[in-house]
Design a protein around this ligand. Sequence first.
Ligand code: PEP
Length: 253
Amino acid sequence: MRRKLVAGNWKMHGGLAANRELLGGLLNQQATVGSAACAVLVPFPYLAQVSSALAGSRISWGAQDVSEHVSGAFTGEVAAPMLADFGCTLVIVGHSERRALHSEDSRTVGKKALSALRSGLTPIICVGESLAEREAGVTREIVGQQIAEAISVCGAGGISASIIAYEPVWAIGTGKTASPEQAQEVHEFLRGILMSASVEAGQVPILYGGSVKAANAAALFAMPDVDGGLVGGASLLVSEFMDIWRAASAARY
Ligand code: PEP
C-alpha cells in the first residue's frame, strides 16, 4: 500500500500574517492526524517563512515552479540548486496555469522536472486535459503524451523519484470535481504507462487535483490508484485542509 499524500498548492495567495495563522492552525492539529503525509507548496518569497515555521514538523514544503536552467541570464527565474540550498524538498512543475499562461510545453516541463531531480528535489509533475479535450474523447492521448514526454526527458529512474499529479484543467478552481471513477480511470491509465517505464516508476504516488474538498476527499482517496490530492483553494482553509488530510489518513487503499 502506498502512503497517501495531501499537498496544498497555495498558488499566488498569502502574506506573512495570513501564512502564520494558517501554518499555526495546521501545526496545532498535526498530532491528531493519522499516517498520511502532508505538504504545502508556497510562493517563492514565503519559502523562508515555511522553512522556519515547519522545521521539525510532519509537514513538508516546497515551491510552485523551478527553472529548467541551473544558472545564468534568466531574469526572474529561480533555479533548483537555489531551492535546494536552504532545504526545499518539493516543487510543482507543469501546473496547468503555467502551461496555459506561460506557454510551457511538455518538453519544458520535463526539463524542469529533470533540473529539480538533479538538485535532489522531488518534482510534482502535473498532467491533465482541458474540457474541450475531454469532450472530444482524447483525454488518454493528452495525458499519455504529457507523461511520455516527462519519462523521455527524466528517464525511468528520474520518474521513479517523482510524484505525478493528474489535474483535469476543467476541474481546477471551478468547483467541478472529476468523479472518483473518472479520476481512477485516468490514474489507472497513467499507472500503466509508468509501469511500462519500470516497476519502480509504476509505484510513484499519483495525486488527484481539481476542486478537492473535505466533502469529496474520502470518495476520491478510496480509489485504488488515487494516492492523495494536490489541493488548491481548500488548502488555504485550516479546517478544510485538515479534514482532507484526515480523509487521506483514513483511506483504505
Ligand atoms: C490546484 O491549484 O492545483 C488545484 C487543484 O486547485 P483547486 O483545488 O482550487 O481546484
